[in-house]
Design a protein around this ligand. Structure first.
Ligand code: CMC
Length: 426
C-alpha cells in the first residue's frame, strides 16, 4: 500500500503522508493542504476528521468493539471496578493492589468540599438543573485551589495527580449536593468508611436523622454504570475538554466545559430523554408501533438509538441491558418501561428504516432504566454520566496538556455570508 495520498486539484497533484494507528486506522495528514493549495477540508460534524492522536480508547464502530488502553470493555466490566478503570484510563495501566489503595485513599481524603461552597449551592433557585450547577461548581472549585488551576501549563501539570484525584472525588460530592440543593434538602457529608460509589449514595439519600444503607446489588450496579461511562474517545464533551485545554486552560475549567457539552439530549442528556420517551409511550398506551412509525416519518427520534461511530450494537448497551434485568430481579421489582424498551428494540432491529441506517441501541438506551432501578432521580441521570466520564476527561486533558507540540485547536470555516458591501449614507 502506498504510504502517501495523492490529491489532484485544478490539474496539479499534491502528496500527503498517511499515518496508521495501532489498530490499523488510517488517516491522511492534511496539515499543509491549505498552505500548498489554498483549499481546506470541509467535514460538517467532524465525522471524518481526526483531531488528535490518542493512546486512551479504541473503538471499532463497525464491529461494536470498545477497548480502554487495549482492554476490552467486557473484561473490564466483569473483572474490574470504576476506580481501577479510572486509574487505567488516566495512567495507562491497571493499578496493582498497592497502587489502587493509594489512589483510593487520595480520593477518599478529598471527598468533602470547602464550606465556602455551601452558600454557592444555596444561592441557586430550587429546581435549578443539577447539570448547570455541576458545571459552574467544577469551575468554581478551581478558585479554591489556585495553584492547581493556574493556566500555567508547567505548574498545572506538576499538580496533575492531586487535581485528578480531587476532581474524581469532589465531582461526586458536588453532584450529590446539587441534587440536595435542588430539592431544598440539607447537605450530607461523606463518610470515611464508605467506598466511592456507596459514599455517593449515602450523600444523596441519607438524612441527618436516617442513614441510608445501600443494598450491595445497587452499589455494584452503580459502579458498573460509572465504569461503562469512564471514557469514549473524541465524543462531543471530550472534544470540548480538549478544545478548551488546547488554549492552555486548566483542568477545572476544561472539565466544566465538558459538562456543558454532555448536557444536550443528543449526547449525555439522552439517558434522561430515553426514560421520558418510554414514559410517554406508556402513558399513551402505545405498544411502541406508533412511536416507531413517528420516528420513521421524522416526527420523533428513537432516543438511545443510533451513534456517530457505532454502526453495530454498542457493547455497553448489551452489558447495561443485562444489568437492568439482574438488578430488577435481585430487588424483586418489575419495571413496565423495561418491557416497552425491549419491544421497541425488537421492532427497530427488524425494521428496514433502522437496519438500513445501521441504528442500534447505544449506551443510553438501557442506562437510564438502570439508574431508575437504582433509585436515581431523572434530573440526575446526566450528572451520573458526568461523574462516570470524569476520568476520561482528565486523561484527555492530560494528553492535550502534555502533547509535545502545544497547538491551539482552531478549525477553519467556509464563509457563506454576504460579500463585501459598503454602508450606505444614513
Ligand atoms: N431515531 C430515528 N432516526 C434516526 C436516529 C434515531 N435515534 N438516529 C439517526 N436517525 C436517522 C437520521 O434521521 C438520518 O436519517 P436520513 O439519512 O434519512 O436523514 C440517519 O439516521 C443518520 O442520522 P444522523 O443524525 O445523520 O446521524 P449522526 O451520526 O449525526 O447522529 C446521533 C448520531 C447519536 C446524534 C443520532 O443517532 C441521534 O440523535 N440519536 C438519538 C439520541 C441519542 O441516543 N444520543 C446518544 C448518543 S450515544 C451516547 C453519547 O454519545 O452520549
Amino acid at each position: 500500500m502506498s504510504d502517501k495520498a495523492i490529491i489532484t486539484l485544478e490539474g496539479r497533484q499534491y502528496e500527503y503522508p498517511i499515518i496508521v494507528g495501532s489498530e490499523g486506522e488510517k488517516a491522511i495528514v492534511t496539515q499543509k493542504l491549505r498552505s500548498d493549495t489554498g483549499y481546506i477540508t470541509y467535514d460538517d460534524g467532524y465525522g471524518n476528521t481526526g483531531s488528535c492522536l490518542s493512546d486512551i480508547t479504541f473503538i471499532d464502530g463497525e464491529e461494536g468493539i470498545l477497548r480502554h488502553r487495549g482492554y476490552p470493555i467486557e473484561q473490564l466490566a466483569k473483572h474490574s471496578s470504576f476506580i481501577s478503570v479510572a486509574y487505567l484510563i488516566i495512567y495507562g495501566e491497571l493499578p496493582t493492589a498497592a497502587q489502587r489503595e493509594v489512589f483510593r485513599e487520595r480520593i477518599r481524603k478529598e471527598a468533602s468540599l470547602h464550606t465556602g461552597m455551601n452558600s454557592m449551592f444555596n444561592s441557586y433557585p430550587t429546581r435549578s438543573h443539577p447539570m448547570a450547577i455541576l458545571s459552574s461548581m467544577l469551575n468554581s472549585l478551581g478558585c479554591y485551589y489556585p495553584h492547581m488551576a493556574s493556566n500555567n501549563r508547567e505548574q498545572d501539570i506538576e499538580h496533575f495527580d492531586e487535581a485528578a484525584t480531587l476532581l474524581i472525588s469532589k465531582v461526586r460530592t458536588i453532584a450529590a449536593m446539587s441534587y440536595r440543593a435542588e430539592q431544598g434538602l440539607p447537605f450530607v457529608w461523606p463518610r470515611k468508611d464508605l467506598r466511592y460509589t456507596a459514599n455517593f449514595l449515602h450523600m444523596m439519600f441519607s438524612e441527618p436523622y436516617d442513614t441510608y444503607e445501600p443494598d450491595e446489588d445497587i452499589v455494584e450496579a452503580l459502579d458498573l454504570f460509572l465504569l461503562l461511562h469512564a471514557d469514549h474517545e473524541q465524543n462531543c464533551s471530550t472534544s470540548t475538554v480538549r478544545m478548551v485545554a488546547s488554549s492552555g486552560a486548566n483542568m477545572f475549567a476544561s472539565v466544566s466545559a465538558g459538562v456543558c457539552g454532555l448536557w444536550g439530549p443528543l449526547h449525555g442528556g439522552a439517558n434522561a430523554a430515553v426514560v421520558k420517551m418510554l414514559m410517554e409511550i406508556d402513558r399513551d398506551k402505545d405498544d411502541g408501533t406508533r412511536f416507531i412509525k413517528a420516528a420513521k416519518e421524522g416526527k420523533a427520534r428513537l432516543m438511545g438509538f443510533g451513534h456517530r461511530v457505532y454502526k453495530n450494537y454498542d457493547p455497553r448497551a448489551k452489558i447495561l441491558g443485562r444489568a437492568v434485568e439482574r438488578v430488577l430481579v435481585n430487588l424483586g421489582r418489575k419495571d413496565p418501561l423495561l418491557d416497552i424498551a425491549r419491544r421497541l428494540e425488537q421492532e427497530a432491529l427488524n425494521d428496514d428504516y433502522f437496519v438500513s441506517r445501521k441504528l442500534y441501541p447505544n449506551v443510553d438506551f438501557y442506562s437510564g432504566l438502570l439508574l431508575r432501578a437504582i433509585g436515581i432521580p431523572l434530573d440526575m441521570f446526566t450528572v451520573m454520566f458526568a461523574i462516570g466520564r470524569m476520568p476520561g476527561w482528565i486523561a484527555n486533558w492530560r494528553e492535550e496538556a502534555m502533547a509535545p507540540k502545544q497547538k491551539i485547536n482552531r478549525p477553519r470555516q467556509i464563509y457563506t455570508g454576504p460579500a463585501k458591501r459598503d454602508i450606505e449614507d444614513v
